[in-house]
Write a protein that binds this ligand. Structure first.
Ligand code: ADP
Ligand code: MG
Ligand code: MG
Length: 261
């Protein structure tokens, strides 16, 4: 079953009208792990933001007013996101982790997760959980992402180390039980131990029914989270698709050797 289908997606920088995405095509099926790799500035982050623009059905992204989607379609489970009722859209399970996770001062991690979990359950027509029930639901997920329960009392991401922030994102993902997670550089700024923790957390969440799109600059991440497909993005388009061997080749020969030019 197809989860995400992106066709000929184009986007520009609003101010300069400079084209950043030049026709991205990508299909992700249920249960698949995909990786998009590419040089700095190839358009990877713009791609994830463009999907969010479709997701929330805005012409420009709040907080990122710099981008404008100029063409293409994005559908989720066969439904065009632009035509999807807002109600249906919020039921659909997409999770996006940005390169820099936000800090929310004054809101404890526990309250935030409980709120997010119950908001989601309400939308699905499921009964909400009491804090005690929620803790029961959360405990195995804390264990899966190897997170110490004392982080629940801290404010969301406030003072967290890079690795703790990333693991907290994965915990949010676990709580929301999203069908598709788009993870933009979850490996950035992590040492090998933190990277392994984060990868273990992600692997612990994989089921035959959810999918992951990892966006990364480095092959290293793919040693720990094995993708079914590896895509190379270059100058705003996916120029090559292969399996893990494409990432290995990239590591050995560099982007220049496998570029389309
Ligand atoms: P990546 O995530 O692959 O490193 P980005 O999507 O962040 O790449 O950026 C793609 C290209 O778009 C780069 O050349 C970058 O300089 C340009 N770009 C991104 N955001 C802006 C912006 N707000 N204004 C001008 N250029 C931008
Ligand atoms: Mg970058
Ligand atoms: Mg980026």
């Amino acid at each position: 079953r197809v989860l995400l289908e992106v066709k000929n997606l184009t986007a520009i920088v609003a101010e300069s009208r400079q084209e950043i995405l030049r026709g991205v095509n990508l299909t992700i099926n249920e249960g698949e792990v995909h990786a998009i790799m590419g040089k700095n500035g190839s358009g990877k982050s713009t791609f994830s933001k463009a999907i969010i623009i479709f997701w929330v059905s805005l012409e420009v992204l709040v907080g990122h007013p710099d981008y404008e989607v100029t063409g293409g379609t994005v559908s989720f489970k066969g439904e065009d996101l632009l035509n999807m009722e807002p109600e249906t859209r919020s039921h659909a399970g997409l999770f996006m982790s940005f390169q820099t996770p936000v800090e929310i001062p004054g809101v404890s991690n526990m309250d935030f997760l409980l709120m997010a979990c119950n908001a989601r359950r309400e939308k699905r027509g499921e009964p909400t959980l009491s804090p005690i029930e929620f803790f029961g639901f959360l405990s195995p997920k804390l264990a899966a992402v190897n997170m110490n329960p004392r982080f629940l009392d801290r404010n969301v991401n406030e003072g967290f180390s890079g690795g703790e922030k990333k693991r907290n994102e994965i915990l949010q993902l676990a709580v929301l039980e999203a069908e598709l997670a788009i993870l933009d550089e979850i490996d950035s700024g992590l040492d090998v131990d933190a990277l392994q923790d984060v990868a273990k957390a992600v692997n612990g969440l994989l089921t035959p029914h959810n999918s992951i799109l990892m966006i990364t600059h480095y092959q290293r991440l793919l040693d720990y989270i094995k993708p079914n497909y590896v895509h190379i993005m270059e100058a705003g388009a996916i120029v090559r698709t292969g399996d893990i061997s494409l990432a290995k080749q990239l590591e050995k020969e560099g982007y220049r050797a496998i570029s389309s030019a």
